[in-house]
Design a protein around this ligand. Sequence first.
Ligand SMILES: NC(=O)c1ccc[n+]([C@@H]2O[C@H](COP(=O)([O-])OP(=O)(O)OC[C@H]3O[C@@H](n4cnc5c(N)ncnc54)[C@H](O)[C@@H]3O)[C@@H](O)[C@H]2O)c1
Length: 383
Amino acid sequence: MTRKTVRIAMNGVTGRMGYRQHLVRSILAIREEGGIDLGDGSVLWPEPVLVGRREQALKAIAERHGLDSWTTDLDAVLADESIDVYFDSQVTSAREEALKKAIAAGKHLYTEKPTATGLDGALELARSAQAAGVKHGVVQDKLFLPGLLKLKRLIDGGFFGRILSVRGEFGYWVFEGDWQEAQRPSWNYRAEDGGGIVVDMFPHWEYVLHGLFGRVRTVQAHAATHIPQRWDERRKPYDATADDSAYGIFELEGGIVAQINSSWAVRVNRDELVEFQVDGTEGSAVAGLRRCRVQHRSATPKPVWNPDLPATETFRDQWQEVPDNEEFDNGFKSQWELFLRHVATGAPYDWDLLAGARGVQLAELGLRSSTEGRRFDVPELSL
Ligand SMILES: NC(=O)c1ccc[n+]([C@@H]2O[C@H](COP(=O)([O-])OP(=O)(O)OC[C@H]3O[C@@H](n4cnc5c(N)ncnc54)[C@H](O)[C@@H]3O)[C@@H](O)[C@H]2O)c1
């Protein structure tokens, strides 16, 4: 096997997502498996160059994982001709500028979502990447979750008949940071730093709905900041200026109605941190991160509303588990492999910067809908 190296400048690897999901669980995991078999007698070998603001933190990560390249100089790494791909998992507010520089330097791009803080910026990125002829991809990891892959299998197999509605419930309690440390970075709760649950989660809901059920045609949302004060990483109080909860209704192509609650101020009474219930004429399913359960039309009970009697059935036990039937890899890694294959061989790849712009568009319209108390059409985007 010949080895083809792909050098990736990874910016933001000191962060939560950059380190755990992208470096350790994706790029280093691919290396542990010997690289990506391209099927032509060659193997693609990712070579990360760690990029960030703090030299010591980068050096520590490099040493921990036996890596030898890191830098705090983004311009220098982009000027380096041996770098093929620029990857960005920085805080959202720092992304657009860095991606623009990478496009100007002629690098292929792979990036976390949201791709920019506004639709104009996101579309400009997509257009200039296209014009520069570089390959581009945006993280859409939820599509690769085992639970949602099983849901996709049910849809493709015609299980649901006509799909009527989707109910999504996402969230958990994020500690305020005073008496217990917050489990998410504080910038997420400051609008001026690119925070907010609409900006964070609506891009995910856009590609999940679009990828599984159809394009989002309208949006109506109510965003709220339920917890107005939080404590940061230094235990200093700050005003939470961004929304921490969003209640959204989305009308999809074909008339499917989707309703998704997203909240960092909710206590979990579910089996998983995100769950989607899909109801169709022939059957229903509840899919989470890993599991998926179904109830067919033929096995649907017939409850009768009577508040005078205690519940006579255990409704949740009446659902049937969808088997794995295959091994599921980490979703971030699966998507990295597809993107790197796209870079190396030109294999098709749908989840690009235009798809990323659709996510930013839905977040922008969702926030406007909340502020103005109106429902908005979601115009179709093109390059
Ligand atoms: N795909 C997903 O499921 C998912 C989940 C969480 C977050 N994200 C996205 O990933 C990105 C990073 O999120 P995270 O939770 O890893 O954040 P984080 O705060 O843990 O990491 C942020 C990274 O950006 C760097 N950075 C650059 N400029 C900065 C600045 N001015 N202030 C602070 N940090 C700066 C930090 O050094 C760090 O490496 C965000 O854009 C977020 O929307 C995606």
